[in-house]
Design a protein around this ligand. Structure first.
Ligand code: HAX
Length: 443
């Protein structure tokens, strides 16, 4: 058994025992109340799922196994000469709960290199898609095409004992994470560089090698990628991509099927696609105003016209957060430290000044602050990656780290098939009449 697997086995066995005891003693204790608004309102804030890798606080933002983003930037191992955390370190932390040392991260990088070979038929499957197919669709198809190599699916068919599910899930997770950068870079080079593919450089770390295969050799971009791939990895379990992974995986669909489904959720404009929408919206603003240096007043008018046309301001608002997203602030800090001159970055900062008071004035937006997607496009363009349709794929590669480590935990803890209760509006009216003596008028 490899050393990370051994550690995961020990930790998950121990927690599994604890959870059994916990449920035996306290299984009937109440942890939440639900009101009708939540039932109709996208299940906001209902505590109903276990997700070990991270926990989101509305005011403080995300913590991975208790560590905030500034703490991760300080404590996780870095690439030689680099300042940003290696995403491998975060994966280790999410999977086993402790910050790895340099040697452990080196071992993980090398292990992923050994597992990173993408089967040839996957590239042929991608090649069969029309070139203009959205890159997120291509990614999802590519992940599905690898499903025939799933260790979980193969072992299940041969009668795997349920106590072994975690082991097969771990193997699929490690293989899938190792292969994703190659698949994702293949899609980018196919779409935007005439299918001129760049082979992996196995001396590089996972994020650095991804940047290399994209054709982005500047060290600044590699460092930004390491930060990007770290901060986008997980945001507890209730967000759409994480929850999709959890739901699909709970049927014992293997990690390939679950991750592909999650990518489809991430591809929605209210979720991961927002990073492409932000830059599209800013570029439209620049074109409409006829200046790459708009004033705050001009931006303010443009924001109001977007709202008046019944659209949202992309990159702003959040279902849980109630403060500026620390993932936005980390990217802002990165830009302050590394980017001397960029009109787009300056626009992003001006938008940060202008949008929150306007959204607050609407009186209905619960969080007027920027989220993770508000900053990335400006930095990517600064480093020369202009193809904004691709941006959500970068997010997806990172998100795999969090959702798949959570799937390892779900299988290790034996979490069951997910099956919440739904009701009809007729049921709601009947319930209100019976429990509260309320008569709801027919429309
Ligand atoms: N611009 C305009 N209106 C907004 C808004 C925004 N950025 N954010 C929220 N609102 C509106 C909602 O549309 C809703 O209006 P209606 O009542 O008319 O339907 C109202 O304010 C209340 O919404 P809320 O409770 O504050 O927010 P939700 O939890 O319903 O939605 C969203 C959260 C992230 C979907 C929302 O803020 C939004 O659409 N933001 C823009 C898209 C975006 O940036 N998405 C990325 C989010 C982060 C993420 O997942 N990244 O992957």
């Amino acid at each position: 058994m490899d050393l990370l697997k051994q550690l995961f086995y020990e930790k998950s066995q121990a927690l599994g025992k604890e959870v059994k005891e916990l449920l035996k003693e306290h299984g009937d204790k109440k942890v939440d109340d639900v009101v009708l608004e939540q039932v109709y309102g996208g299940m906001r804030d209902i505590t109903c799922m276990i997700w070990e890798p991270s926990l989101l606080d509305p005011e403080e933002g995300i913590r991975f196994r208790g560590y905030s983003i500034p703490e991760l930037r300080e404590k996780l191992p870095r690439a030689p000469g680099g300042k940003e955390p290696l995403p491998e370190g975060l994966f280790w932390l999410m999977l086993v709960g402790s910050i790895p040392n340099k040697e452990q991260v080196k071992w993980l990088t090398e292990n992923w290199v050994r597992r990173s070979n993408v089967p040839e038929h996957v590239f042929r499957t991608i090649d069969a898609l029309p070139l203009e197919t959205h890159p997120m669709t291509q990614l999802s198809v590519g992940v599905m095409a690898m499903q025939n190599t799933s260790v979980f699916a193969q072992r299940y068919t041969s009668g795997m004992n349920k106590t072994e599910y975690w082991d097969a899930t771990y193997e699929d997770t490690m293989n899938l994470v190792a292969r994703l950068p190659r698949l994702a870079a293949y899609i980018y080079r196919r779409m935007y560089h005439g299918n001129n593919q760049i082979l992996p450089d196995i001396s590089l770390d996972w994020g650095g090698n991804y940047a290399h295969m994209l054709g982005m050799e500047e060290e600044g971009f590699k460092e930004y990628m390491r930060l990007f791939l770290t901060i986008h990895a997980d945001h507890e379990g209730g967000n759409a991509s994480a929850h999709t992974t959890h739901l699909v995986g709970s049927t014992l669909s293997d990690p390939y099927l679950s991750l592909s489904a999650a990518m489809n959720a991430l591809a929605g404009p209210l979720h991961g696609l927002a990073n492409q929408e932000v830059i599209r919206w800013i570029q439209k603003m620049v074109d409409t105003l006829g200046t790459s240096k708009p004033s705050r007043e001009q931006i303010s008018e443009y924001v109001k016209s977007t709202l008046a046309s019944g659209r949202v301001i992309p990159g702003y608002g959040h279902a849980v957060l109630r403060k500026p997203d620390p993932r936005f602030m980390a990217q802002r800090q990165f830009a302050e430290d590394n980017v001397q001159e960029s009109d787009l970055v300056k626009i992003v900062w001006k938008i940060f000044d202008v949008v929150p008071p306007i959204l607050t004035s609407l009186g209905k937006v619960k969080n007027p602050w920027p989220n993770v997607d508000a900053h990335s496009g400006a930095l990517l363009i600064h480093y020369g990656m202009r193809e904004y349709n691709y941006y959500t794929v970068l997010f997806a590669v990172s998100r795999a780290l969090g959702v798949l480590s959570a799937q390892c935990w779900a299988r290790a803890l034996g979490l069951p098939l997910e099956r919440p209760k739904s009701v009809t509006t007729a049921w709601v009216k009947e319930y209100l009449a019976k429990e509260y003596n309320v008569a709801v008028a027919e429309s």
